[in-house]
Design a protein around this ligand. Sequence first.
Ligand SMILES: [Zn+2]
Length: 80
Amino acid sequence: MGRLLFLLVFVLIGVWLVRRALARADAPPAARPRSAELRPADELVGCAQCGVLLPRGEARSAGGAPYCSEEHARLGPRRR
Ligand SMILES: [Zn+2]
C-alpha cells in the first residue's frame, strides 16, 4: 500500500511539473520577465558589411544601415 501511495504522489508531481511547463510556454511574451527586460536597444541587427549579429545599441549606424564596427561602417554595405 505504501508503494502505491508513493507512486500516486510521484505521478501527481509529474503532472504538476508538466502543467507548469506548459503554462509557462503558453504565457504571452509580455508576461515573461525576460521579454519585459528586452528593450529596443537589445534587438539584434545584422552588420551590413559582414552580417554579424549584434544588439542595436552597440551597432554603428551609417547611411541608415547597421554596422558592427567603425571599419565596416567606413567600408559600407557589402557588394553583391
Ligand atoms: Zn561587420
